[in-house]
Design a binder for this molecule. Structure first.
Ligand code: AP5
Ligand code: MG
Length: 248
């Protein structure tokens, strides 16, 4: 069951509370990988199995879109523009946003950081935040796949307006066209899943985020997984690696 309490605190910056029982071994994991590779999909599986909460910076920005324009801070307004174009939001904005939500990192349920860090500067900031919280990362899951396959996944993705779950028009089509299988909400195509924005996102990934694999390799945390196959198959590979590395 998704930990709604911690997830809502992350999305809306509210108090971080939950009544769910805490896992005996909370996992602290970073998910790395190109846009559309399936980080969100795998985070859902990991969360179900290990109880850790998916904390996505992209989801925070998308949630802020529902905030009335006049209530948005200047930094958040700038973030919206960058995101729509497929560019990265400034490091300062993202790092401040995560600092403001650091209680969600130390909730006791563990976390699956999805989309943060995305630059070496952000990785350094995360390191400092975790030292303050006395938390050690368990692993960094680095998903890799051919660019062509990634583009197919991204361009066919549909996202639920209500529960934020995803479907894919070819690989995981909804039972009723345009309707989310999980909650009955309306499925839509994210504006940054349009061809122009996809190209910018993939280029930005190669330039700014791919170098993080080396960074975490040096830290001895990197687990690289080829993300081909069905979501179930990718999860089995992930589980096997976590078992081998962490003895789960
Ligand atoms: P964010 O929301 O993080 O987007 P992203 O990294 O581009 O990743 P996606 O969510 O698009 O893809 P995913 O890997 O989660 O794939 P999914 O599981 O949905 O960030 C959005 C924007 O916010 C950024 O561009 C930036 O502007 C800003 N931002 C956020 N964080 C930032 C930061 N730290 N610094 C600066 N800016 C930041 O899967 C994709 C599709 O494929 C789905 O349809 C799914 O059903 C399908 N699928 C999944 N797995 C498989 C499989 N194994 N086989 C077939 N299909 C599959
Ligand atoms: Mg995602």
């Amino acid at each position: 069951m998704a930990n709604e309490g911690v997830m809502n605190a992350w999305l809306y910056g509210t108090d971080c509370k939950s009544d769910l029982s805490k896992p005996a071994r909370p996992l602290h994991i970073v998910l790395l990988g190109a846009p559309g590779i399936g980080k969100g999909t795998q985070a859902e599986y990991l969360s179900k199995k290990y109880g850790a909460v998916q904390l996505s910076t992209g989801d925070v920005f998308r949630a802020a879109k529902n905030t009335p324009e006049e209530s948005l801070s200047p930094a958040m307004r700038e973030a919206m523009v960058a995101m729509k174009a497929g560019k990265l939001v400034s490091d300062d904005t993202v790092i401040n946003l995560v600092r403001e939500r650091k209680n969600c990192l130390s909730s006791g349920y563990g976390f699956l950081l999805d989309g943060f860090p995305r630059t070496v500067h952000q990785a350094e900031a995360l390191k400092e935040i975790l030292v303050d919280l006395n938390i050690k990362l368990d692993a960094v899951l680095n998903y890799v796949l051919d660019t062509e396959e990634v583009v197919k996944r991204l361009s066919g993705r549909r996202t639920c307006k209500q529960c934020k779950g995803t479907a894919h028009i070819i690989f995981n089509p909804p039972k009723v066209e345009g309707v989310c299988d999980k909650c009955g909400g309306e499925l839509f195509q994210r504006e940054d899943d349009q061809p122009d924005a996809i190209r910018v996102r993939l280029k930005t990934y190669e330039e700014s985020t791919a170098p993080l694999a080396d960074y975490y390799e040096k830290e001895g945390l990197l687990l690289t997984i080829t993300a081909d196959g069905t979501p179930d198959e990718v999860f089995h590979k992930t589980e096997a690696l976590l078992k081998q590395r962490l003895g789960l």
